[in-house]
Design a protein around this ligand. Sequence first.
Ligand code: 5GP
Length: 202
Amino acid sequence: MEKRGLLIVLSGPSGVGKGTVRQAIFEKENLSHELVYSISATTRTCRDGEQDGRDYFFKTRQEFEQMIKHGQMLEYAEYVGNYYGTPIDYVEEMLSKGKDVFLEIEVNGAIQVRSRMPEGIFIFLTPPDLQELERRLIGRGTDDTPVIEKRIQKAKEELALMKHYDYAVVNDDVDTAVDKIMSIIHSEHLKVTRVLDEWNRG
Ligand code: 5GP
């Protein structure tokens, strides 16, 4: 039987830099384990520079609700008025082929994944402090003021959820955060319980 890959969930408050850290991870040339990114579905509109099927699968609300109804989502959440979710088939297929699957999702979704796949590795990316987070959300310039305010309020609530995770990584510097995440993944592969599990699978 082929060994199963690891499910790695990167989460944390909006604006903490999850997207940047995730991109930096996938730009690395020599990832020692095969790591694939799970592209999410969303109902939010496509931003400049984004591409359907690369950054997200952009869906209408009706299409998204059909996917939920047909059990096609590993998790989903409504976030600032839009749905975001992880299509389950891709995740299952890659894990069963022995590939590590990387999710970059908001906190409510991560908690759902935790209850469905508790064997996953849950990493919480934290901002150095809340002012820095506000500065980043405003600096990003992709949203207008009411949306930014909603996101900051949400971020405060989200920070309180860190206790549900296995690891906390401060994003004060992208390269350092990437190195920390990669060492978490390497160490998880070396865990005796996982190594024994692989031996037992033959
Ligand atoms: P954005 O609109 O800035 O691309 O994403 C907004 C938030 O949704 C971010 O915190 C991002 O990590 C999260 N997100 C992206 N994809 C998913 C997903 O599939 N499920 C959940 N629950 N959150 C997601």
